[in-house]
Design a protein around this ligand. Structure first.
Ligand code: NAD
Length: 328
């Protein structure tokens, strides 16, 4: 039986990855500190679903804690490690900067150190973010872009993680892929993200805050497509293992987006039609740290792994609304 480690397993994306790994027959070890950035009860509910599988075990601890990751990797050999734990959220990084450097930089370094010491040949798939493209106005965003003008500390910590990963691959022959996720949405999503907030407000007949009149574009990506992208990259890493050319490690960055940006005000209209209700909109100015548009060029991941996104925005919103209505 294959063994995988998922950091951030009680989080939105980590939960979906862990669940799909269990469904495909892997033994899964999850690590999460259940922090209170958003509803801990939502994290508990995700964890409860995973704990129903006999092949799931959970460590409730911070990845920053002294030897947590080193001990786990010393004890068990993992075929793949999905590193999803992070302090997420662009806007909150203006309020609580040290939480970001701690989890996203120091925490990731703890993982790369543990890999270096105990399992340099395991596949590691680490979550990065489209926000690393920052103020770049060249669309669509390509992995080869400089990504050196972050608009927020969150973005800067994600880019830092990528650079640290690249140096560890170079120095120690690790196998790390950093996946730049573009606005992930779907069932069990984060309450601090637009889709959750919009659906909640419309459903409760409350007004919703729309920044910059909704005239920003986002390359929304359905969570199942994100999980399948992680698996495609994992398969690519595993096949690359066979090549002697990769003795010095394997480092790749991949965009994971739909390649089809949608204006936020269009997104609100699609939610209205899915709910059959009208939104009460409260316009707010453009927020510091935000970017005007994101648009992924996905030719690299398509060409190297064969992955392509499958879920349209209307289908994806409907899946979320169905989940939201069943749970709230
Ligand atoms: N959701 C998106 O749209 C999106 C977009 C781009 C990148 N990402 C990245 O994808 C990953 C997953 O994001 P998400 O949306 O699932 O966020 P999330 O907040 O739902 O999940 C992160 C999980 O990590 C845990 N965590 C945070 N710091 C930790 C630490 N030091 N030790 C142990 N656990 C810790 C949290 O408790 C949480 O459960 C993150 O790395 C995030 O930065 C997400």
């Amino acid at each position: 039986m294959r063994k995988v480690l998922v950091t951030g397993s009680a989080g939105f994306v980590g939960f979906h990855i862990a669940l799909r790994c269990l469904q495909r027959g892997d033994a899964v070890r999850g690590v999460d500190n259940f922090n209170s950035y958003y509803s801990v009860s939502l994290k508990e509910k995700r964890s409860k679903i995973l704990r129903e599988f006999p092949d799931f075990s959970e460590v409730r601890a911070s990845i920053n804690a002294d030897d947590i990751l080193a001990d786990l990797l010393k004890k068990d050999k993992f075929d793949s490690i999905f590193h999803m734990a992070a302090q997420a959220g662009v806007r909150y990084s203006l309020e609580a900067p040290y939480l970001y450097t701690q989890s996203n930089i120091d925490g990731s370094l703890k993982l790369f150190e543990a890999l270096r010491m105990h399992q340099p040949s395991s596949n590691c798939i680490a979550a990065s973010s489209s926000s690393v493209y920052g103020r770049s106005e060249q669309m669509p965003f390509r992995e080869s872009d400089a990504a050196d003008q972050p608009s927020s500390l969150y973005a800067a910590t994600k880019r830092s993680m990528e650079l640290i990963a690249s140096s560890y691959v170079h120095l120690y022959g690790l196998r790390i892929a950093c996946l730049r996720f573009f606005t992930v949405y779907g069932p069990w999503g984060r309450p601090d993200m637009a889709l959750f907030k919009f659906v909640q407000a419309i459903q409760n007949r409350e007004s919703l805050e729309l920044f910059n009149s909704g005239e920003m574009k986002r390359d929304f990506t359905f969570v199942d497509d994100v999980v399948s992208a992680c698996f495609s990259v994992e398969a690519f890493q595993s096949s690359a293992k066979l090549s002697p050319a990769n003795d010095n490690g394997l480092f790749e960055i991949f965009n994971v987006g739909c390649g089809n940006p949608v204006e936020v005000k269009e997104f609100v209209r699609a939610i209205e039609s899915s709910l059959g209700l009208k939104a009460l909109i409260q316009n707010q100015p453009f927020q510091p740290g935000d970017v005007h548009a994101t648009h992924a060029d996905i030719t690299k991941i398509q060409g190297m792994t064969g992955w392509r996104p499958k879920v349209s925005i209307n289908e994806g919103i409907q899946h979320f609304v169905d989940w939201y209505r069943a749970h709230y």
